[in-house]
Design a protein around this ligand. Sequence first.
Ligand code: UD2
Ligand code: MN
Length: 584
Amino acid sequence: NLRRGRIARIAAAAAICLMLVYALHKYSKESESVSSSDVHLVQSEIVSAYKYHADVYPKLLNEDGNFEPKPLKPVVGNGEGGQPYHMPEIMANDVAESESQYGMNIAASDKIAMNRTILDTRMEECKFWHYPENLPKTSVIIVFHNEGFSVLMRTVHSVFNRSPPQFLHEVVLVDDYSDKDDLKEKLDKYIKRWNGKVRVIRNEKREGLIRTRSRGASEATGEVIVFLDAHCEVNLNWLPPLLAPIYRDPKIMTVPVIDGIDHRTFEYRPVYQAGANYRGIFEWGMLYKENEVPSRESKKHEHKSEPYKSPTHAGGLFAMNRKYFLELGAYDPGLLVWGGENFELSFKIWQCGGSIEWVPCSRVGHVYRAFMPYSFGDLARNKKGSLITINYKRVIETWFDEEHKQYFYTREPMARFLDMGDISKQVELKNKLNCKGFDWFMKEVAYDVYDKFPKLPPNVKWGMVKNKATSACLDTLGRGAPSYIATSACHGVGGNQIFRLNSAGQLGVGERCVEADADSVKQAVCRLGTVDGPWSYDDAESHIIHRLHGHCLTMHATTKALGLRPCDPHNLYQQWTITHKKPN
Ligand code: UD2
Ligand code: MN
């Protein structure tokens, strides 16, 4: 151990030397002239907003422009330091009750201090950046619907505890028509302690989080808006690194790295180990994904702690110049409740002349819930099909080009039948702002999507896969991958019974691929970067054939289990139709 300690010290000393070299290099570059028309040079201009304090490293703390808080003394208590808090067994009923009501353990949260300390998950070098002293003032906007009181308030406490007060203009809580008993009274009373710095505005009816955020932005009065979910804890010195890029260029959206807070124990955990940088991308069904920053981007940066460009973001947490957000039309008001708004805003920003940067030195913890505890209620009435897919369709029909739209419909074929409403206003805005095409975006910004999710070959068949002998359909039963695929009565509403076979032999369901051997048929994560597979369909025999031994997908006559068997033209248990129809 002693030896390890010494090695660590030597490594630290070496790192300091390296940083000094970097810093000298950087300062010598700063005198170069910058042309604002060149994206790459604009990047280096932003980076120069951060004067790296290598000259005084390692003793610097609390210098002007650094904003680094004094190290806190360790505190003893439930959940302090971001440690997990395990409720005593005797509270099991309360735990179960709050988990079913809120999707998280509010009973445990109630026993953890509002001002608890958390784990500093930043890279060491984050403590040594120097930021401009006149950063823009910020409205932090938190929208919520029936959130647990202590979790919501801890979000606000963390903002006050860990933001330089001169940059915190206000906290705006937007209540999306919560109807839990005493939440309103408790909240109104509690926020008095902040003497008007925290205000609540309330929707007259349920609007969903997307419209509620747009409303928060139009009513906020700070120069910059920062959105947070109602179950977050911001980490040390999270705000200045988010504001600095916007201060230099108001068309940059900045995004903190989102750490995880356990929904049961409230343990604060780093999402990635410090130093690993990821960015937001998507697959063709518009599921949000994260990908290691590709070298084409990372090589533009001298330090791993510098902001880097990202095609998109998870949705909940970001900072933007308020006027710019409103100039872009805020969120498309036709988007419903939840989902897809992150893509809408991201494509709009990039294609219409802005950019998105992820900021490794800004970390915010977020509670990922066990399930979505609220219903879409009236908001979903008269909507056929998944609201979220309807949102995706609006977004891709507005922002994608014809080529890329096809990949979405190949991966999500039922979406063709969904009514997305009127998008003419969105298209008008796109023309008015003279926005670039989606091919430009894919080529210059989201190029790493293709590495993980190549362009999709067209489907040769898609729909319900129905067995001729039993008239039952293949069904994932909504299980996650990997898991066995089963059969159940054909229901015709799509969802877990919609399979697709593409011209390269991939049989898929949702974002998963179908794999099989003699005794099982499974859905599993598709091999990243591939679009092919072992399957083909024989129209004459109605066989689904697997390349391995040329065997056929077969349902066992008595056990009904699925597997691969030698093909037999007389066996009805091997005959399948793959068909779809427009849902009523
Ligand atoms: C993620 C985002 C979330 C949002 C969503 C897609 C993160 C960490 N979270 O899901 O911010 O972008 O994807 O749309 O990136 N809420 C309302 N009204 C509603 C429903 C929700 O105000 O009708 C509030 C809710 O109380 C919460 C916020 O909206 O504060 C986000 O909802 P969520 O936490 O259920 O979304 P999440 O984190 O699963
Ligand atoms: Mn959330």
